[in-house]
Design a protein around this ligand. Sequence first.
Ligand SMILES: O=C(CO)[C@H](O)[C@H](O)COP(=O)(O)O
Ligand SMILES: [Co+2]
Length: 220
Amino acid sequence: MKIAPSILSANFAELAKDVQVVEEAGAEYLHIDIMDGHFVPNLTFGAKLVKDLRPYSKMVFDCHLMVDNPEEVIPDYVDAGADIIGVHYEATPHLHRALDMIKKAGVKAEVVINPGTPVSVLSEVLGMVDQVLVMTVDPGFGGQKFLPETMDKVRELVRIREEKGYTYEIEVDGGVKDHTIKDCAAAGVDVAVAGSYVFDAENPAEKIDTLRLSANEVEI
Ligand SMILES: O=C(CO)[C@H](O)[C@H](O)COP(=O)(O)O
Ligand SMILES: [Co+2]
């Protein structure tokens, strides 16, 4: 399983240093949470931060847009150097247009669903996306409790991928820790985001190792 530390819980005043620590620890993706204060009740940062961080890391920049009408800002994240751009099903009436914009710009397109949203609403876009992000908490804040019932959706996505011959990766985000990552591995998750578990620790590198070991204990 790939590990994607979320900088939401990093020290924003020492961001480049924190990013370097998780990169040296072997994290494959860097998860970047963009919150607009409308789609979610919290505000983080915008495309300038992504652009400023880009020269400091070779990790895959996985930009999770928690913003209303993401199609209005997608070009900013493409220009900033995002490798993956994730848009919420719940954030736009133009989901296909948003995903198509991302793909046409040569960036990997990800669709994201909240805990209250079923997989069935994605039937028309699963064939075009590179990644599906299943939220394992309600979006907006770090440090929330993992919702184990979301694992049914991961299993459903694994089954659909097999049946239809699709190629998307399945990512989870929220409440991932040493014990909850085992549920994720058992369900078939490909990428796990972890924010507070990694960055609230004295030694983030050690936490990344622990996550990987815990996941590997389950994976076949
Ligand atoms: O998208 C997010 C919240 O909306 C974050 O990526 C997520 O919450 C990570 O934080 P933690 O691992 O502490 O739950
Ligand atoms: Co996120």
